[in-house]
Design a protein around this ligand. Structure first.
Ligand code: PAF
Length: 283
């Protein structure tokens, strides 16, 4: 498997592939790869000749220094997992911070039509400027035909779609279903950091989302939200940061339901000091 640590070598290789008219899929990741990532890579391999997987813990999207330092970094295992999927049709790009940012590690400021101010944007200062900066930079380096993002980060997926539209980048953004553990917990690199007692109770998040979906069939968004808040207030280990029922297009919190619109529920929960997010389509 080809593992590139700098963009000059990667670009050289990609230019060769483009010359041979190979189609290119791209799965940007921050590493600590799991079956959720594997499903994105497999989808990429179905649609493209070659898939580039970037492994880069992007400092500018973290608003919490401790979270950045403790983020799992497991490149050898990541390469192993990918080589079990395909030895010759996957390329890994694992750059250094300097290769991406040069001397100035800073993000650009973006407008994503207000999507960036909701939920994760409200609770994680500067997060989507950091995501926009790195994803735009990676798109410019890799120049993929298709790029794959999980719906677990549904807001991020919508923001990336807006990014390519606004910057007229000829890249097809493919959203992929949330990959869950057997007990329902959404797959996340952060799950490996959960202490066993938190890992055991974490499926409560998805269980509550499913009940909220059922309730939303007959009750108002406010009533469902109050119910969810109560469930977590009574939980002795999980701490709710937010639960929001939002318009699936604008991501604005729902005031009054309309039959014409699609809604989605979004949740962020602390399991000890690990922050977990999840979401579910409601209709
Ligand atoms: O979803 C992620 O892992 C990251 O936000 C991404 C898209 C790789 C950008 O750093």
């Amino acid at each position: 498997m080809n593992v590139f640590k700098n963009k000059a070598d990667l670009t050289n290789h990609i230019n060769g592939l483009k010359f041979e008219q190979k189609s290119l899929g791209f799965v940007p990741t921050m590493g600590a790869l799991h079956q959720g990532h594997a499903s994105l890579v497999n989808k990429g391999l179905e649609d493209n000749d070659v898939v580039v997987v970037s492994v880069f813990v992007n400092p500018t999207q973290f608003d919490n220094e401790d979270d950045l330092i403790k983020y799992p970094r497991t490149l050898d295992e990541d390469v192993q997992l990918l080589s079990e999927i395909s030895e010759d049709r996957i390329i890994v790009y694992a750059p250094t911070v300097k290769d991406i940012y040069g001397k100035t590690v800073a993000s650009t400021s973006f407008s994503f039509d207000g999507l960036e101010h909701e939920m994760e944007g409200r609770f994680r200062d500067g997060h989507f400027d950091g995501v926009g900066t790195i994803v735009k930079r990676l798109f410019e380096i890799v120049k993929p035909d298709n790029a794959y993002f999980g719906e677990k980060d549904f807001q991020q997926l919508m923001i990336i779609k807006t990014l390519v539209e606004k910057h007229k980048m000829p890249i097809n953004i493919v959203g992929c279903k949330i990959h869950r553990a057997e007990d329902g917990l959404a797959m996340s690199s952060r799950n490996t950091r959960l202490e066993p007692k938190y890992r055991k109770v974490a499926p409560f998040i998805y269980k509550t989302l499913k009940s909220a979906k059922k309730k939303f069939g007959t009750e108002s968004a406010n009533k469902v939200t109050e119910w969810v808040i109560k469930q977590f207030a009574e939980h002795n280990l999980l701490k709710l940061e937010y639960f929001i029922i939002a318009d699936a297009k604008t991501l604005k919190t729902v005031k009054r339901k309309s039959n014409q619109k699609s809604y989605r529920a979004f949740i962020a929960v602390y399991a000890g000091d690990i922050r977990l997010i999840d979401n579910i389509a409601l209709n």
